[in-house]
Design a protein around this ligand. Structure first.
Ligand code: HEC
Length: 219
């Protein structure tokens, strides 16, 4: 067979070629390897934490330009000095049972530890050394507008932090309604007491209800 004999004659060369490939493949490691389709290894897209190639001192993840706001977000710009504007804000939510449930849920998550289940300032951390917050039942908040309470939750004051990053504006407004409910429960009128008796409602320790939806129901 001609092909077989040809192969036999060339076998020496084939063997040498094989050796050559082996020697080249065993070259020094520091040599860059040949990459097939390098775009697949190194994406041309930048990663958020990388430096920006076109502005070497800046990270790719830039601060948005001043004045930029996310879609659907209304910036809150009032300061402590804007007390008149605070008073002009009205609670956009109706005081319904659903809204109060949301308010109660978030009060019990974020506020109860200091302000207490009744809002009297006797939270669980107060006997442990935390400054006692003013009572919602006897303190100045009984005379405050809803907007002023909303402002305080949004901005914080003294030992109380701002809750703007934990609570959406609607959730803060729901809490304002709940604070109003606590105030009424703390100083019930004769009529309130009669109503409670008529409905057979007795006060129990408030336990956080985790089954409640996390946001205020859409109107
Ligand atoms: C870490 C404890 C703590 C937590 C949690 C906390 N507060 Fe306070 N709160 C305080 C303290 C302390 C003050 C008094 C601040 C001051 O001295 O200026 C205060 C003041 C207030 C006041 C003004 C009371 C007044 O009579 O002047 C309101 C209203 C209020 N808090 C609402 C809330 C709400 C609503 C939440 C939950 C979103 C909350 N707080 C969470 C500690 C806390």
């Amino acid at each position: 067979m001609r092909f077989a004999s040809l192969l036999y004659k060339m076998s020496r060369w084939i063997f040498l070629l094989f050796l050559l490939v082996l020697v080249v493949a065993c070259g020094p490691r520091q040599n860059t390897e040949l990459e097939y389709a390098p775009q697949m290894y190194r994406s041309p897209a930048y990663k958020a934490q990388e430096y920006d190639g076109s502005a070497p001192q800046l990270s790719v993840m830039r601060k948005p330009p001043q004045g930029t706001v996310p879609i659907g977000y209304t910036p809150y710009t009032l300061t402590l000095a804007d007390s008149l504007l605070q008073d002009q804000m009205t609670n956009p939510l109706p005081m319904t049972a659903e809204v109060l449930q949301v308010g109660r849920k978030y009060y019990n998550i974020y506020c109860i530890v200091c302000h207490g289940p009744k809002g009297d300032g006797m939270g669980y951390v107060v006997p442990k050394g935390m400054q006692q917050p003013p009572s919602f039942i006897t303190g100045q908040t009984t005379r405050w507008s809803d907007g002023r309470i909303f402002h305080l939750i949004t901005r914080g004051r003294g030992n109380m932090a701002s809750y703007a990053s934990q609570l959406l504006p609607d959730q803060r407004w729901a809490i304002v309604h709940y604070v109003r409910a606590l105030q009424r429960a703390g100083k019930p009128t004769e009529k309130d007491l009669q109503e409670l008796e008529k409905r057979g409602i007795t006060f129990t320790e408030d336990v956080p209800d985790t089954s409640v939806s996390t946001s205020v129901p859409k109107q």
